[in-house]
Structure formats: C-alpha cells, structure tokens
Design a protein around this ligand. Structure first.
Ligand code: C2O
Length: 346
C-alpha cells in the first residue's frame, strides 16, 4: 500500500544527531487547526520559468529578496512563515511523523522514491507563498545551477549579509569563489574539481543508471523501514551540495544546510532543490536513454503516496505523487541553460 499523509495531530518531536554523536530533540510540528482539503492543481494560463540564480536581473533579485523578507516577517505561528516552512523539512525528515497505521515506524521522505516528489511539492507551495506575499502569482523560484561551471559557486545573491537570502550558518571556507566539490575530492585545484563535477553529473544523470529506480530511488511503501536506498542524484550531487554549504566546523550538527532538521532555514536550500528538481525534469524529458526506455514508475504505491502542505492561503491540503510527475502540469519549467556535462564522458 502507499504511504498515507502524516497525521499532523500526532506529530511528535524530531531527532537529530550532532557531529559529536549527541541525539538531540526538537519540536518541528506545524500548527494544526482542522480541515484538510484534497488539493486540485489549478489551470495555469502561463507557464512560469524558474531562472538561474546566477543570472538574476536586479529587478528579479529585488522581488525574490522582498518575498523572502516578507516571509521572515510573518507571525511565527503562521504556517507560511519562514521558520514554519523550514520546519516542514525537519518534521518530514527527522522522525516528527510516524507512518500512519504502522506503529512507531518513522516516516522519512529521503533515501527512496519519494525524494523527488516530496521536494517538488514542498517547493511548489513555497514558491506560491512567496508569490502571494509580493502579489505576483508568476513568481518562480530561482535555481542554483551547480551542474554548470558558471554556477559552481554559491550564487552571489545569497551572500550579502543584509539580504533576506543570507544565512550566517554556512561553511565560511566555501564562500565564492570556492568551487562546489560534487565528488568530495578535497582537491584545491578548481579546474580539476570542475572537471570531476562534470564527470559526476554525466554519471549520475546518464551513464550510471540501468533502471528507473537507480535514478528515482528504491521503492518505499507502507511498512517499509526508512531509507530503502537513494537514487543517483539524491545520493550524489544533492548530498554533496548540502555538505558543501553546511558549517560542520563551527556548528554542532552541520547547520544549516548540512542537517535535515535545519536545512530549510537556509534560503539557499530552496534554490538548491530547485536545481535538484530541474535534474528530474531533464532526466525525464530531455535525456534519451536506450538503457531505460520507459522512465515512469507505474506502481500505484508510488503514485498514491500522499503528503500534507499548507498552501499560499494557509489552507492545509493533501497532495499525491501522481499529481506532481509533470512539471508543466504544475505550471512551471526551467530556464534553458547549457548542459556541459552531457557530453562529458569520463
Ligand atoms: Cu530534503 Cu536536500 O534534502
């Protein structure tokens, strides 16, 4: 059976380990006031285009910054507020919820086939909330283009301490011009790191996958213990970026980006995941594969998995995986940029 939407009224403490191995409890539960509505995707008169965070116009950046600033100023108990949005990730990923009907078996959206769908829905509502706060329903969440050499540093828009996009809890050694190291090479030669990054992208997007689960992650259904197995992109570039930005040196648990419980507290998280989501669209619709002719998972346990989110009107809604498999039906696409890794066979 598919995993059902979590029971928010039974949300409990979330747990994370510090780098020193100390188990720590935190309450990340959302406010819960009552009715849940089955979400219906609206009709989109126009497709939003998520832009590359490294190429934002000053006007766009101003809009983005204003929206996040307003989100930070919402009352703490508003489910759309900055901290409540961050806590969504904590509750879904650090054991705040149990799988409904499965005793104390944790619900965990990472390391399996729910990874892409969960984060797509998460960003979908985050983006709509930002749009609502600036009265611009066409607002589209920028993506951090870390798969392209031109985007392999933290985007400058995020490092101005006066900006709402800033977060103090990041690895100070990895500020621009430090180059992201998708393969944890530890090399100090930027050209070598860039070249290795491109090899990694080619491997996890094209060469290394022999079936749909290699990319999407392993089956995770009712009763499955947590972490059945991540897909290539989740395990690889996705995790490497979290580790690159998180501050393991000065913070107890790699805050913010280096730990599930705190990752959503860094505005960069959402642009990171915008690119992760972009990888999913590229893999689905742009990369031909003779090894995996059919890139769809048709298993009803996958398609009918449900999550809960608050929408831009602070209405609690229930969404399903099957409704998020096509980004165009969700009203957004990505700015077209070069894919230099596409021909980067090692
Ligand atoms: Cu939910 Cu990048 O982790």
């Amino acid at each position: 059976n598919p995993i059902q939407a979590p029971q928010i009224d039974k949300c409990g403490n979330s747990t994370y380990d510090t780098s020193a191995g100390v188990a720590t409890q935190i309450n990340c539960c959302p406010p819960f006031t009552g009715t849940i509505i089955d979400y219906k995707l609206p009709n989109f008169p126009k497709t939003k285009v998520r832009p590359s965070a490294h190429r934002l116009s000053p006007e766009y950046l101003f809009k983005f910054n204003t929206a996040v600033d307003r989100m930070r100023r919402l009352p703490k108990d508003d489910p759309r507020s900055f901290m409540q949005q961050a806590n969504i990730h904590c509750a879904y990923c650090n054991g705040g919820y149990d799988q409904p009907g499965q005793g104390t078996l944790d619900l965990q959206v990472h390391n399996g086939w729910l990874f892409f769908p969960f984060h797509r829905w998460y960003l979908y509502f985050y983006e709509r909330i930002l749009g609502k706060l600036i009265g611009d329903p066409t607002f589209a969440l920028p993506f951090w283009n870390w798969d392209n050499p031109k985007g392999m540093t933290i985007p400058p828009a995020f490092i101005d301490p006066k900006s709402a996009l800033y977060d103090a809890k990041r690895n100070p050694d990895n500020m621009p011009p430090a180059v992201v190291d998708l393969g944890f090479t530890g090399s100090t030669d930027p050209l070598q790191v860039v070249s290795n990054n491109l090899t990694i992208m080619y491997t996890e997007m094209v060469r290394g996958n022999s079936d749909v689960y290699d990319f999407m992650g392993k089956a995770y259904r009712e009763g499955t213990p947590v972490n059945p197995g991540p897909g290539s992109s989740e395990r690889g570039s996705h995790t490497a970026i979290h580790a690159f930005v998180g501050d393991y040196k000065n913070q107890p648990a790699g805050e913010d980006m280096g730990n599930f419980y705190s990752a959503g507290r860094d505005p960069l998280f959402y642009s990171h995941h915008s690119n992760v989501d972009r990888m999913w669209t590229l893999w689905q619709f742009f990369l031909p594969s003779n090894k995996i002719p059919d890139k769809k998972i048709t298993d009803p346990d996958f398609l009918n998995t449900a999550f809960l989110f608050y929408d831009e009107n602070a209405q609690l809604v229930r969404v399903t995986v099957k409704d998020c498999l096509d980004n165009l039906k969700m009203g957004f696409e990505y700015e077209r940029v070069d894919l230099p890794w596409l021909d980067y066979r090692p």
